[in-house]
Design a protein around this ligand. Sequence first.
Ligand code: UDP
Ligand code: MG
Length: 358
Amino acid sequence: MAWRPDSHKWIFLNNENADNKMNTPHAKEKGEPRKQDFSLSHKRITILIPAYNEAENIPLLIDQLDNLIDNNNDRVDLKKYSWEYLFVNDGSKDNTLDVLNACRKNNLRVNILDLSRNFGKENAMLAGMDFICSDATIIMDADLQDPVEVIPEMVYQWEHGYDDVYGRRKSRGKESWLRKRLSLMFYSLLQNSTQIEILQNVGDFRLLDQRVVKSIRSMRETQRYTKGLFSWVGYNKKEIAFDREDRAEGKSSFNFKRLFNLAVEGITSFTTSPLRISSIIGFILSFFSLIYIIKVLIKTLIWGEPVSGFPTLICVILLLGGFQLIALGIIGEYIARIFNETKQRPPYIASSYNGEKV
Ligand code: UDP
Ligand code: MG
């Protein structure tokens, strides 16, 4: 069964599609046809990897994942699961898609969802989730910043009843001082203004039980702040600490403009307190202005007023003008969100799944 975003309902995939969804390593070794690979007795885990211009990193990541799964592990036996690596090609401009297709030819675990253009990581993750029908999903970056060694521990905790096993970064890899400071500032700002717990230093690297995936999938907002959604849906959460690596190849596509947008997204989708704050400031200012006006009036009536006070006037006008513009801007942000959501456009458009047009 799979979620069809276009029709917003679940449909049953035909057998052939279901076979393609999950291909066990077991079959790869024996060279058996895919039809017999689909085994319901295995628990299935999908690794969901949004990829944008990651051609150099993908083969390395697949090697690392294969190595991890095929070599016996002390914590849990990863071989007893059926694994799928679902790559979502988010409109890459390099040859990511070709690399993925080449990888898929000799690795049956690889599945490829190709989006019609770049929709951003948040929407690419939703796209992937719509095409997953596994017992658990692990979301990770394609740039090897999320260490695969954490996966056995995640699976272990999942088997012990946790629904959302997330990684908390002990260190953040190579990042500029300014970016680190700004993102910490943003987290505390968001946390102070919303009742939902926003976890610091926690990214999208996590294992989700199918129930959580189903809940996230049911939220179809176009402007997504997935980190907030993970907190919003709740469920049993478990934290694992890890050291974030540096990006292997290429450079991060999150420049300051994108991060700023994400921060505005985060705040406007999880709290309306900026609106409240601007009204409170408005009330306080109006109150003091009123007192001031009364004072000026009385003073003028009793003693008269020679023309003076230009500096006071200009200061007050500028200050009030500034506050008004800020308040308007904040309201505008929320209206823009309402505008975008009322259009009810799909959050992404899938172009093909494993080469077949969707
Ligand atoms: N990504 C994506 N679409 C985008 C931008 C990024 O799918 O528009 C993917 C990217 O390929 C990577 C992950 O999101 O797998 C994280 O991106 P990046 O490394 O640029 O972000 P950072 O690690 O700096 O937060
Ligand atoms: Mg990265």
